[in-house]
Design a protein around this ligand. Structure first.
Ligand SMILES: N[C@@H](CCC(=O)N[C@@H](CS)C(=O)NCC(=O)O)C(=O)O
Length: 264
């Protein structure tokens, strides 16, 4: 393969702190990045806790921003800045951080492991984050929930009946599968960022639909998934983070609790 011309190489100082740029005031998709950084004990700044955090986010997604010589402009947060590198898209950020934070298998032990971890994270984000958002905004992201309540009710009923069980059932199989290497973690017998993503997604869905998910937990069909959730929650650094002020409360983001959308 031809080597990259020096002028096109991205300079990234490994000593630079990670900078998470995300809307202040809610966990949102930024939480997946935070959990990875927290689990690894990495030092990072978070616009959620900076005085001008909102301005910083807006400056990156400003329609006048054309990016720079090496970085296209981001469309939406979360955004990660690391030295001269600026990237966005949650799973893309995790793909970048995974090897740096020790949250994917080492390439020398498992060359393709990173792609397995990424597929698991993408699957959790598809079904338990993106689709969870669509339950309260099934028609238009730019319109109020109140203007699409009827459709949201229908969407949520289907989400509870068909989609949550489908995705929890999938992760139940993953944890029972041989590639999990023992069923403690999703892949390869060690914690990876996919475990953190699934934890955060399930935490959000539990918040949004406490009755439906509570019932599913009691029924015992997805026992391994709920045990996995508790296992992630009890990891010392995650536990300390969740108890800290850095962990923000759910608000008007992806995961919203509207009692009328939950089951009776
Ligand atoms: N696929 C992107 C979605 C990014 C995204 O939708 N970000 C939200 C906040 S969680 C946002 O600000 N969206 C603005 C918009 O879509 O107009 C990712 O995973 O990062």
């Amino acid at each position: 393969m031809a080597s990259t011309p020096v002028s096109k190489k991205q300079k990234t100082s490994k000593d630079a702190p990670y900078e998470l740029i995300y809307w202040p005031g809610l966990p949102g998709r930024g939480e997946h990045v935070r959990l990875a950084l927290e689990e690894a004990g990495a030092s990072y700044t978070d616009s959620a806790h900076l005085e001008d955090g909102m301005k910083l986010v807006l400056s990156h997604i400003d329609t006048k921003n054309l990016g720079d010589a090496a970085n296209p402009p981001p469309l939406a947060p979360p955004i990660l800045k690391h030295g001269d590198l600026i990237i966005n898209q949650t799973p893309n950020i995790l793909l970048y951080l995974g090897p740096r934070l020790g949250l994917v298998p080492k390439a020398e032990d498992d060359e393709d492991g990173i792609y397995k971890v990424n597929e698991l994270a993408l699957t959790a984000l598809d079904g338990l984050s993106n689709e969870a958002h669509d339950t309260h905004h099934p028609i238009a992201t730019g319109q109020y929930y109140e203007d699409q309540k009827e459709e949201a009710k229908k969407k949520s009923a289907d989400y509870i009946k068909n989609r949550i069980p489908k995705f929890l059932g999938y992760f139940e199989r993953v944890l029972k599968g041989e590639a999990s290497k023992g069923g403690k973690w999703l892949y390869g017998g060690e914690v990876t960022y996919a475990d953190l993503v699934l934890f955060q997604c399930l935490d959000g869905v539990k918040f949004a639909f406490p009755k439906a998910v509570g019932r599913m937990e009691k029924e015992g069909k997805f026992k391994s998934v709920f045990e996995h959730y508790e296992r992630v929650k009890e990891r010392p650094k995650i536990k300390a983070y969740l108890a800290s002020e850095r962990r923000q409360k759910y608000s008007l983001g992806i995961y919203r609790h509207y009692a009328e959308l939950d089951e009776d």
